[in-house]
Design a protein around this ligand. Structure first.
Ligand code: PGA
Length: 256
């Protein structure tokens, strides 16, 4: 019931893939493939592809996102990109706190929070990623960990700004491994995330917030995952680089 009232979002996370020339070809395939989507379709691309993506997706139902953003407005931060730079380019979404950023680029819950705030204050929509490692799951701390990641990421985010927040539950052990969480595991943790949001912002915000699952979601397993009551879409890595596969997932969300 509540699920129908929430926005289902299928977002591609291209990671460090596709030159601008290759992006042009992939988007050319994606536009007709997802044209009839009944869910929100987003592609998050490397910074170097954003201008191309924004230009090509203009007037289509595909929204464009970045994969990271710095928390300062401007200044001596060589190699970084600010929220204002993304907004000026016509970018609408940004992924914050992906586990690869946490793992390889020293991202912490606190910096995730700073990035989310900077992006939201600039008017961007954020996809905040949370999720446990295999070791943490085996130690039985998934719920505690995901609760903490979610709470800290949302520190100082207002109830009004929650309209622009998407949470993506991405178990690290399922990312790029071909090992998907079962639909029950995905549903359980997405439900726990919604519960935390309810504790902080109230039941209405919890009911309205899009919570995605990510981690080896593909054309074969998407129906089952997206059919779950608390799973409002997906953050798709590998399968977002193939237009036909991505379209199957988009259509599954449209049905779910
Ligand atoms: P995957 O990546 O679909 O390739 O597992 C998901 C993600 O990292 O967002």
């Amino acid at each position: 019931m509540d699920k129908k009232n929430r926005k289902a979002i299928i977002a591609g996370n291209w990671k460090m893939n596709k030159t601008a020339t290759e992006a042009k070809a992939l988007i050319g395939e994606l536009i007709p493939a997802v044209k009839g989507a009944g869910c929100e379709v987003v592609i998050c691309t490397p910074f170097t592809d954003l201008a191309t993506a924004v230009a090509l997706c203009k007037g289509t139902n595909i929204h464009v996102g970045a994969e990271n953003v710095h928390f300062e407005d401007h200044g001596a931060f060589t190699g970084e990109i600010s929220a204002a730079m993304l907004v000026d380019l016509g970018v609408e979404y940004v992924i914050v706190g992906h586990s690869e950023r946490r793992q390889y680029f020293a991202e912490t819950n606190e910096t995730v929070n700073k990035r989310a705030l900077a992006a939201l204050n600039a008017g961007l929509k954020v996809i905040i990623c949370v999720g446990e490692s295999l070791e943490q799951r085996e130690e039985g701390v998934t719920e505690e960990l995901v609760r903490m990641q979610t709470k800290i990421a949302l520190k100082d985010v207002t109830k009004e700004q929650m309209k622009n927040v998407v949470i993506a539950y991405e178990p690290i052990w399922a990312i790029g491994t071909g090992k998907t969480a079962t639909s029950e595991q995905a549903e359980e943790v997405c439900g726990q995330i919604r519960k935390v949001i309810g504790e902080v912002y109230g039941a209405d915000t919890a009911k309205a917030t899009t919570v995605q699952y990510g981690g080896s979601m593909n054309a074969k397993n998407c129906d089952e995952l997206l059919g779950k009551a608390d799973v409002d879409g997906g953050l798709i890595g590998g399968a977002s680089l193939k237009a036909p596969d991505f379209a199957v997932i988009v259509n599954a969300a449209t049905k779910g």
